[in-house]
Design a protein. Sequence first.
Length: 177
Amino acid sequence: MVNLGDIFPDFNVDTSKGEIHFHTYIKDSWAILFSHPADYTPVCTTELGRVANLVPDFQKRGVKLIALSCDGVESHKGWIKDIKDFSNFQEEFPYPIIADEGRELAVKLGMIDPDEKDAQGLPLTARAVFIIGPDKKLKLSLLYPATTGRNFDEILRVIDSLQLTATKKVATPADWW
């Protein structure tokens, strides 16, 4: 498990957009890595579609996005068509989805939901959110169970707070935005 302030692990992975070296991909920008239990599931489809439609908001904040799901690249490519149809997203899909069929990265990063299992009895990947700063350090982590979808407006709010407090000696109160 990665703790706040730790350098976020670097890794090479296959994705829906080809092989990615994580630290090279994020360069010196803010980044969000968020995980999903499986391709073609209803909650995951709504989340990836919502994030695709919010890409301009993330870009305005200088945030790179990357998702992870425990299925293969070819499955991701087919799923992307469903995500785009569901969310009325017409453009090229804007961020990569990591293939983690063996769940090695999910285990390494502590993204496993021990209470939810797939059809083969394997633990599902939880809905993790990791926000990484330009210094490659973990700035925030959230871990939702596989059964609960995330609120991406809250994640945008958190990005705004993290970026503000990285440069100003302030703290943001509850519901600040």
